[in-house]
Design a binder for this molecule. Structure first.
Ligand code: BGN
Length: 371
């Protein structure tokens, strides 16, 4: 009799445990699908009514509860050529993006032998919107990042850059736009001036917080090298293949760098007076340190880059004045920079994978005769 009762009790306990397991499993499944459909938000679940007022990252008071669209402030951008879809956006509260994006893969294989076309890159990146913009659909990024590329006659490089960078930036959960600053004509190239123009022009498009200045031939080899801004001006391209995956010298700030608005304005932007190759990045480094900031860098194993091999550009010969000029940053940075920038925008075109801004920047002043 007692054995029978013991048996029954055990059976009941087992059933209860089984039921508990089942309930637990069901809850896990619900949470799992909730997270992966990117709708999981504890606050909205328990505090639906007050959500728009209490959640710092989302404002449901916008018409239709849509995301801010950051429409161009100026009217110089061409209208989008993409057909407008006729769907009603659903209210979809999103949590802040994680500090360490979960979808990163680490080291990447970067090669430039396979044929590349813009059509292919476009097909690979259907979520990139007109003008080369992307906003993570499932989380709210802390910063809005403008990627600014000084440019002239480098179509071949640009295709590879777009092919590699769009997916990397997407995995990094960056809210970004790609801007090509194309120097018009064949006069001497001026990288830093184009970067200053990029800073000025992208702010007419949207309220960017972070400005990443990248050469078109530099591809990161590790997606843990996150393309956003940091407490101090950031140097990303610290270990390039052409320098044996090391910094060529301690004060090197070339290739790919990033500054917040505050950091950029603190140094009066970049110099406009470096015509031709070399020295402008050293001047920027001087500006940073002279203004009491430090350069922040990723780990050397992560900040690796491949450079697409190319001949030296025409009309970008080494600037013989650069040695002299970098000695004088302290005096020159006050008058030469974003406060003295002059240029003319000739054309702004939004392409599916980037925005192209063609500018007229003038030419170097005539050199005083020797002797
Ligand atoms: C430096 C250049 C940089 C360039 C790096 C890497 C100068 C200034 C006179 C010393 N600086 O020597 O602009 O990014 O090499 O190529 O030439």
């Amino acid at each position: 009799m007692t054995r029978l009762m013991l048996g029954r009790t055990l059976e009941r306990i087992c059933k209860a445990v089984l039921l508990l397991c089942l309930v637990h499993f069901l809850i896990m499944m619900i949470l799992y699908f909730d997270v992966y459909s990117q709708r999981f938000d504890i606050f909205s679940r328990f505090n639906g009514r007050n959500f728009s007022r209490t959640h710092p990252y989302y404002n449901l008071s916008r018409p239709n509860g849509t995301f801010p669209t950051y429409l161009p402030a100026g009217d110089h951008f061409l209208p989008s050529t993409k057909p407008e879809t006729n769907y009603t956006p659903t209210i979809k509260p999103v949590p802040p993006c994680p500090e360490v994006p979960p979808g990163l893969v680490g080291r990447l294989l970067i090669e430039f032998s396979s044929a590349m076309t813009l059509e292919r890159v476009q097909k690979e990146n259907p979520d990139v919107t007109n003008g080369g913009k992307y906003t993570p659909p499932d989380c709210k990024a802390k910063q809005k990042v403008a990627i600014i590329i000084p440019y002239r006659h480098r179509d071949h490089h640009l295709k590879y850059w777009l092919h590699y960078l769009h997916p990397i930036l997407r995995r990094q959960k960056i809210d970004y736009g790609i801007f090509i600053i194309n120097q018009y004509g064949e006069d001497t190239f001026n990288r830093a001036k184009l970067l200053n123009i990029g800073y000025t022009e992208v702010l007419k498009d949207a309220e960017y917080d972070c400005f990443i200045f990248s050469d078109v031939d530099l591809i990161p080899m590790d997606d843990r090298n996150l393309y956003h801004c940091y407490d101090q001006p950031r140097h990303f391209a610290i270990a390039m293949d052409k320098f044996g995956f090391r910094l060529p010298y301690a004060g090197y700030f070339g290739g790919v760098s990033g500054l917040t608005k505050v950091q950029f304005l603190k140094i009066n932007g970049f110099p406009n007076e470096y015509w031709g190759w070399g020295g402008e990045d050293d001047d920027i480094y001087n500006r940073i340190t002279l203004n009491g900031m430090k350069v922040s860098r990723p780990d050397v194993r992560i900040g690796r880059y491949r450079m697409i091999k190319h001949e030296r550009d025409k009309h970008n010969e080494p600037n013989p004045q650069r040695f002299n000029k970098i000695q004088n940053t302290k005096a020159s940075m006050k008058r030469d920079g974003i406060n003295s920038l002059q240029y003319r925008v000739l054309e702004v075109t939004k392409y599916p994978l980037f925005t192209n801004i063609t500018v007229e920047i003038g030419k170097p002043p005539p050199r005083p005769p020797r002797g």
